[in-house]
Design a protein around this ligand. Structure first.
Ligand SMILES: Cc1cc2nc3c(=O)[nH]c(=O)nc-3n(C[C@H](O)[C@H](O)[C@H](O)COP(=O)(O)O)c2cc1C
Length: 389
């Protein structure tokens, strides 16, 4: 599906021609074009999904137009922040949804603004599962999960607040098709809002990841136990969405190696491999995987595990993310370890990140204090562009 690139293809014919070589700066691997299915991307620097907690009442707000369009380049790929599939999907204040007509309408001008600048825009669809408490749930009910095992309270990233989680209610087997259907409807709504496709959020300890990981999933029905059974929920969602909108518009995010929200697995290599081999049967567009070195959120640990076996086994476009700099993003593309590289914190703080990479310009530093401030709307849209830096 995707065109795999090797180092040779970044050294253009012209680089061997003296007259051209003096006239042109050689293109760095990250800034070479790439054909992802039907999408002609002009470069490989992807905006990673970034939750910003400023979609009041779960409705995207007009200020998101500025945030996303600032980060749009012609032929660049962007993912939205995680976006809830239903009224049971929330676990954080003021995160957007895509299950009501009002939410779909609110996304439209944001999508239009990205398209007006030539961007390719995927909506990351999400259910938090047990990473929630009853305050976020309809009628104050317990959050749902594959399990009834509770999460321990956690210090939030501001280092002060403590997130409390209500013990979840284990979904009955006969309820699971309903949740799969929520994902299907969310994907349909995303297309109605004008998105180019959806990214299924199967990472970071949220509902799908809770089913995937043996540290969390303690079910004894067909959704628990063996690797095949633990992957069943994720793959039923993939199948439902592929049937609804077409495989060429479907991506998935996975983090087999990560332990976020007490969601470790005893054999992440086998889990990752089984998932990509199963995904091949559906022919989905891309797989977006978090590096093993990001075992804990936002902290890089060097480790011997690698995404290479998953990359080699997957037939579609492979996107890597997690702790990438300009230099090692270039290396990953040049060595064919990834087709595209997603950037979270660097893109957050540098709206013109592809341009800065092109010029090897200095980068703005991100300000952690404004990652999750719902009001006033600070951070994200006030980082300077290169010209004004
Ligand atoms: C403020 C913030 C919000 C994030 N929100 C999401 C999200 O909504 N969905 C998701 O899959 N990952 C989310 N992440 C993880 C990033 O997409 C990315 O995987 C992570 O930051 C590691 O990449 P980086 O080293 O380039 O920042 C978030 C990260 C940050 C810093």
């Amino acid at each position: 599906m995707g065109s795999k690139t090797t180092l040779q293809s970044h050294v253009s014919e012209e680089d061997n021609n003296d007259s051209m070589a003096t006239a042109q700066t050689p293109t760095i691997p990250l800034l070479t074009p790439y054909k992802m299915g039907n999408f002609n991307l002009s470069h490989r620097v992807v905006l990673a999904p970034l939750t910003r907690q400023r979609s009041y009442g779960n409705v995207p707000q007009p200020h998101a137009i500025l945030y996303y369009s600032q980060r749009t380049s012609n032929g660049g790929l962007l993912m939205t922040e995680a976006t809830g599939v239903s009224d049971t999907a929330q676990g954080y204040p003021e995160t957007p949804g895509i299950w009501t007509k009002e939410q779909v309408e609110a996304w439209k001008p944001i999508v239009d603004a990205v398209h007006a600048k030539g961007g390719v825009f995927f909506c990351q669809i999400w259910h938090v599962g047990r990473v929630s408490n009853s305050d976020f749930q309809p009628n104050g009910q317990a959050p749902i999960s594959c399990t009834d095992k509770p999460l321990a309270p956690q210090i939030r990233r501001n280092g002060i607040d403590v997130a409390q989680f209500t013990p979840p209610r284990r979904l009955r087997t006969d309820e699971i098709p309903g949740i799969v259907n929520d994902f299907r409807l969310a994907a349909r709504n995303a297309m109605e809002a004008g998105f180019d496709g959806v990214e299924i959020h199967g990472a970071n300890g949220y509902l799908i990841d809770q089913f995937l990981k043996d540290q969390v999933n303690d079910r004894t029905d067909k959704y628990g136990g063996s690797l095949e059974n633990r992957c069943r929920f994720a793959l039923e969602i993939v199948e439902a969405i592929v049937d609804e909108i077409g495989a060429d518009k479907v991506g998935i995010r996975l983090s087999p190696f990560a332990d976020y929200m007490e969601s470790g697995d005893s054999n992440p290599n086998a889990l990752g491999l089984h998932m990509v081999q199963s995904l091949n049967k559906y022919g989905i567009l891309y797989c977006h995987v978090i590096e093993p070195r990001m075992k804990l959120a936002y902290k890089v640990f060097e480790c011997s595990d690698s995404l290479l076996p998953m990359r080699k086994a997957f037939n579609g476009t492979f996107i890597a993310v997690g702790g990438y700099s300009r230099e090692d993003g270039n290396k990953a593309v040049a060595e064919n370890r990834a087709d595209l590289v997603a950037y979270g914190r660097l893109f957050l703080a540098n709206p013109d990140l592809p341009k800065r990479f092109e010029l090897n310009a200095p980068l703005n530093k991100y300000n952690r204090d404004t990652f999750y401030t719902p009001d006033p709307v600070l951070g994200y849209t006030d980082y300077p562009f290169l010209e004004t830096a």
